[in-house]
Design a protein around this ligand. Structure first.
Ligand code: NAD
Ligand SMILES: O=C(O)C(=O)C[C@@H](O)[C@H](O)[C@H](O)COP(=O)(O)O
Ligand code: ZN
Length: 348
């Protein structure tokens, strides 16, 4: 269940009051510790004891070493099965916190309080938790729903612009795969900021929730939420492996451009739609330099995509603006052409 918090956080306090938790563990990173934790603690009313678990910020922390440290701390602090983990942060915190909670003592309860646009619209919803493995994205994880998701849009006021823009990519994705009207209203935004984006959060959350309700374990339609991620995750992983991480939404924006072109090459969408989609994504996102990455290095990562079956790469490709196919296998020639298309965008 998703609740938009009032200024007094009363719905969160009722939740904490009604459930009989033994103790609370609040997971933060250094930035959400500074900007969001004081707001949470200033409004949280509970007799329960709590501990703060802090990790460094960034995707580089979303790995087994951090998970191990957190499991050890929970053990040392004798967290029992009635303990509650509160994930206060962006997608790294909700993915990581959901993962450690859903595995510790075979699963303790957790709630998500997302603090980035990306985690409000996407990562905190849907119960995918996980960590990266050898720089491969989200290779180890669980499907585990948080008990509750509490959204407090005012957290966005301290979020850097690049992070806001990163989250906006997932919102564009929601429009492109499921709701043309949502896409149309997003691309009408001239100046991306908290004020212009907040009115559109609810629709993105609804789209994500609706898809997840239909297919929690990603056996079919949930794969559409992975549009832009097949190529996007490969590039994100390569950047991460070089010690040069890019933001998830930046990778998804780049991936959506390649995969929109790929859908065109496979005759799934018209030339006009492909051009319109690509042009609009480019309006918001600067060109991402992928010249260091060979076709072979990108293909090697594509071959480990989680949607693959029988060693075949399964894409989730648009079939129009507002609709998306999945399990679509493309020719290797077209996959490479789509990467080449992206590389050449820099020349224009
Ligand atoms: N599980 C899912 O369904 C799902 C969906 C989309 C993305 N993801 C994952 O989410 C991650 C990306 O999430 P993200 O973009 O939120 O990144 P993030 O968690 O790294 O947060 C981005 C940055 O913003 C800072 N920050 C967070 N809230 C802030 C605030 N209110 N004010 C100031 N700074 C703040 C963080 O410290 C961090 O430096 C990736 O690992 C991605 O794979 C998961
Ligand atoms: O919730 C989903 O399903 C998604 O695909 C949402 C994506 O935006 C998100 O990045 C997700 O973590 C990707 O999942 P993965 O299974 O490809 O790792
Ligand atoms: Zn994503």
């Amino acid at each position: 269940m998703i609740t938009i918090l009032n200024d007094d956080f009363s719905q969160l306090n009722s939740f904490l009051h009604e459930k009989s938790f033994s103790k609370i563990f609040i997971l933060v990173d250094e930035n959400t510790h500074e900007y969001c934790l004081p707001v949470l603690l200033g409004n949280m009313e509970t007799d329960l004891g709590f501990e703060i678990l802090e990790i460094e910020a960034g995707e580089e922390m979303k790995n087994i070493q951090t998970a191990n440290q957190l499991w050890e701390i929970l053990t040392e602090m004798q967290a029992d099965r009635k303990a509650l983990v509160i994930n206060l942060g962006g997608g790294v915190i909700t993915d990581m916190g959901g993962f450690i909670a859903s595995t510790y003592k075979r699963g303790i309860q957790f709630i998500n309080i997302p603090t980035t646009l990306l985690s409000m619209c996407d990562a905190s919803i849907g119960g995918k938790t996980g960590i990266d493995l050898m720089h491969y994205k989200n290779m180890v994880g669980t499907f585990a729903f948080p008990e509750q998701i509490f959204i407090y849009p005012k957290f966005l006021e301290t979020l850097p612009f690049k992070e806001l823009r990163s989250g906006f990519a997932e919102m564009l994705k929601h429009g492109l795969i499921a709701d043309k009207a949502h896409w149309d209203s997003l691309i009408r935004i001239q100046k991306l900021d908290v004020e212009t984006v907040v009115p559109h959060i609810q629709i993105s959350m609804d789209i994500k929730q609706d898809v997840v309700e239909k297919d929690f374990h990603e056996r079919n339609i949930r794969k559409t939420l992975n549009f832009g991620h097949t190529i996007g995750h490969s590039v994100e992983s390569l950047c991460l492996s070089q010690g040069n991480p890019i933001l998830h939404g930046e990778a998804v924006a780049m991936g959506m451009i390649c995969e929109a072109h790929l859908a065109r090459l496979e005759d799934l969408i018209t030339e006009e739609d492909a051009a319109f989609i690509i042009e609009n994504i480019q309006r918001y996102y600067p060109y991402l330099d992928i010249s260091d990455f060979t076709d072979e290095s990108i293909t090697a990562l594509l071959l480990n995509d989680k949607k693959n079956t029988d060693s075949k790469i399964n894409f989730s490709l648009l079939s129009g603006i507002g609709s998306c196919t999945y399990d679509y296998q493309c020719s290797q020639k077209n996959i490479l052409k789509s990467l080449d298309f992206y590389r050449k965008l820099n020349d224009k």
